[in-house]
Ligand binder design. Structure first.
Ligand SMILES: [Zn+2]
Length: 157
């Protein structure tokens, strides 16, 4: 009981001292130098049931990284495409069917996929929930995204 009271009073003291030093303002200033909120990035409708937050390195002040975070609806996916750099996909949850080079395979999250530079690739969301796929490139320009054809996994209506 005494221990609980002690902890409660320490918490209150910490809370009061943070507020009195305007700790919050100071923190939000530093935060702005490091963090980009997705709500401040345009979410592009790229077609085929897919939306993408495209984060080119120069826009976020990265020197050698860029990112794309998708909202891929069931059955959706990008065109077949290549990059001049390798690419990593990070998926924490969901089911994806891939085409990478000559391989077609299905995988459940959580997983990381390695896409080698120059190899044509695409995927679709084979599950029934929206998937957030995080794509990471070791270049500031998405490794020059280059569409090379239709997504062979998407049937045209
Ligand atoms: Zn790609």
């Amino acid at each position: 009981m005494i221990k609980h009271l002690y902890l409660a009073s320490v918490s209150i003291l910490l809370f009061v001292s943070c507020n009195s030093h305007k700790e919050e303002e100071k923190h939000s200033h530093h935060h702005a130098n490091y963090v980009t909120q997705l709500k401040n990035i345009e979410k592009k409708d790229v077609g085929n049931g897919e939306f993408v937050y495209q984060m080119e390195g120069k826009d976020l002040d990265f020197q050698s990284l860029s990112f794309a975070i998708t909202e891929t609806n069931p059955g959706g996916g990008p065109p077949l495409h290549t990059h001049t750099s390798e690419e990593a996909h990070i998926v924490m949850d969901g089911n994806i069917t891939y085409v990478i080079g000559d391989s077609i395979f299905n995988v459940n999250g959580p997983f990381v996929t390695k896409v080698p530079a120059g190899v044509p690739h695409t995927f679709i969301n084979s599950g029934d929930t929206v998937i957030n796929l995080i794509a990471v490139f070791p270049k500031d320009n998405f490794g020059k995204y280059n569409p090379v054809g239709k997504n062979p996994l998407i049937e045209k209506k």
